[in-house]
Ligand binder design. Structure first.
Ligand code: MTE
Ligand code: MO
Length: 543
């Protein structure tokens, strides 16, 4: 027993490196745990992982972002977060090993991460000032200190009484270098307490951060949407053909696509929420509370929302019944006139609580279309993912130039003087939705039986309306598909076509024509700068 113990003590370099790496990992965990707790005191968004992730999203070139969205879909943010944690883990292990040689250097390395995290937090567009640096700094101090202490235990000589008085002392005396005789017990105690303390601190931090969200959740639960003064017309009976596999006419909230830059979905408490309207030509600047909006006449409209990042045939389009207040009325109350009536501002910039900026033509908002500040989606308060408590919706424009979620500020300005978030990154200043159509069924590479095969899908040309959809098999003639009844020109239309399918491989292609008579573009174009062009086709093998 005793001899075994001594044998272990004499095991040299390798365990020390492993224990160094372990120290690094523990220091990393402690840093993140303390940062989490500090973030609860400041605000959750100031935490280092969220801040660095947000900064990473902002500096990622658009094509890479597109790629990430395409490959990870709505999991893109989870992947990013795991990626950051993986990088941190590797670096923490490396710093731990380094610290066994250069104790101060290792600890300083941890502090360097604090600086990176703090810089990221301060550079966020929604940064609330210097306090946002605290979580990273405090976390790094804790981590750096812990690494120093642990490695001190690992590497410092301690003359243990047994070493000199043991029966086998003579045999060992020559072989055992002083550096092997480290403070094992001290290290184990320190490491175990650090791990336990990190777990507790981290858990408390998490729970505090979560409780902020709980107020927002409670405020959402209390919302009762009044009956709209201007209800949507009922969806025509025949707006939807019953073809299995076709997108439902109304997209359920749970299935509605989500595209945004928020690493953590903002949880805004509606009670304290305010919307400020100000800027060029705003004669009566105003601030509105959530109740102020609820007291106004509500309109209810079916509007199809589309993302400019949607590839031809892609999933980033959805149709919902929105409830909200008329944005044009609210602006008019503030004294805003559209450019066509002599107003000096041609761009409305909406800002969200997480610092997103979205620029919309004032003319479009005030030209009589149903531009709104939406409070409800498909009969319930906006889900957090979709902008609770309030977001903008403007029929006919891609989301990045119209649909600001978690909105808190509207500034009237000009296109010449201000470029919002996505425009700074190469996307078009103005972006009306392009006429598009999609084959929902059959799926690509399906193997239907010969005979009648229902080809069906959706087509959209918001605010112009879809007048015709045609389907082509291989290089055959365009055949008119059956269009479901139109709900409004701001919504998509479902279509279907009974195809007499013959054996073999076939390519099905679809195209739509909008109410201006324009046929959906033939040429495939990229999503950047103003939305993908081209026609969706699907290859199937008929058996
Ligand atoms: N605050 C905020 N609002 C935002 C975005 C965002 O990143 N942040 N993304 C916009 C984009 S690009 C689109 S397509 C729509 C998507 O809305 P949805 O996620 O509710 O479908 O929201 C818009 N509003
Ligand atoms: Mo988008």
């Amino acid at each position: 027993m005793r001899d075994e113990e001594k044998d272990q003590r004499t095991r040299p370099v390798l365990p020390r490196l492993a224990l160094g790496a372990l120290s690094g990992a523990l220091a990393g965990c402690a840093a993140l745990a303390v940062a989490e707790l500090a973030a609860a005191a400041v605000r959750p968004q100031a935490g280092p992982v969220v801040a660095v992730g947000g900064a990473a999203i902002d500096v990622t070139p658009a094509p890479v972002k597109d790629w990430a969205i395409r490959h990870f879909g709505t999991d893109d943010k989870l992947v990013l977060r795991l990626g950051i944690l993986a990088v941190l883990a590797v670096l923490a292990l490396a710093l731990g090993v380094l610290a066994t040689r250069f104790r101060r250097g290792g600890a300083a390395g941890v502090l360097l991460f604090g600086v990176v995290g703090a810089a990221a937090a301060l550079s966020r567009p929604d940064s609330r000032g210097i306090t946002d640096a605290l979580p990273s700094v405090v976390g790094a101090l804790a981590g750096g200190l812990l690494l120093y202490v642990l490695v001190y235990r690992l590497t410092t000589v301690r003359r243990s009484p047994g070493a000199e008085s043991g029966a086998s002392a003579g045999k060992e005396a020559a072989g055992r270098a002083a550096s092997e005789d480290w403070d094992r017990r001290g290290f184990v105690v320190a490491a175990a307490s650090a791990a336990a303390a990190s777990a507790v601190v981290g858990a408390v931090g998490r729970s505090l951060n979560g409780s902020r969200g709980r107020n927002a959740v409670a405020s959402r639960r209390r919302v009762v949407l009044p009956r709209p003064g201007s209800p949507a017309q009922p969806v025509p009976e025949r707006a939807g053909p019953r073809v299995p596999g076709i997108s439902p006419f109304v997209t359920p909230n749970e299935d509605f696509y989500r595209v945004d830059t928020a690493l953590v979905v903002p949880k805004v408490d509606a009670t304290g929420w305010r919307l400020r309207v100000h800027g060029k030509g705003v004669h009566r600047p105003a601030v509105y509370s959530f109740d102020d909006l609820l007291r106004r006449e509500l309109i209810e409209r079916d509007i199809t929302l589309t993302c400019v990042s949607n590839e031809v045939g892609g999933p980033y389009v959805g149709n919902a019944r929105w409830t909200g207040v008329r944005l044009a009325d609210l602006l008019a109350e503030c004294g805003v006139r559209p450019p066509s009536h002599g107003g000096p501002a041609d761009q409305l910039v909406a800002r969200s609580v997480d610092g997103m900026t979205i620029g919309t033509p004032v003319e479009d908002v005030m030209d009589g279309r149903d531009a709104m500040l939406a409070l409800g989606m498909n009969g319930e308060p906006l889900p957090f993912d979709h902008g609770f408590p309030v977001r903008m919706v403007v029929p006919g424009l891609y989301g990045y130039v119209s649909a600001c979620k978690w909105i808190e500020d509207i500034e009237l300005t000009t296109f010449a003087s201000y470029d919002p978030y996505w425009v700074k990154r190469g996307w078009a200043r103005r972006a009306p939705v392009k006429t598009q159509s999609r084959i929902d069924t059959p799926r690509p590479f399906a193997r239907p039986r010969a005979g009648t095969v229902m080809v069906a899908g959706v087509a959209w040309a918001q605010h112009r309306g879809v007048d015709r959809v045609e389907v082509r098999v291989d290089d055959g003639p365009w055949q008119e598909a059956r269009l479901a009844a139109e709900d409004t020109r701001d919504t998509w239309r479902q279509w279907s076509h009974a195809w007499q399918a013959t054996k073999g491989s076939h390519t099905l292609t679809v195209r739509a024509t909008d109410r201006t008579g324009a046929v959906q573009a033939d040429r495939r174009t990229r999503t950047i700068p103003d939305g993908a062009g081209g026609r969706h086709s699907v290859v199937v093998t008929v058996e």
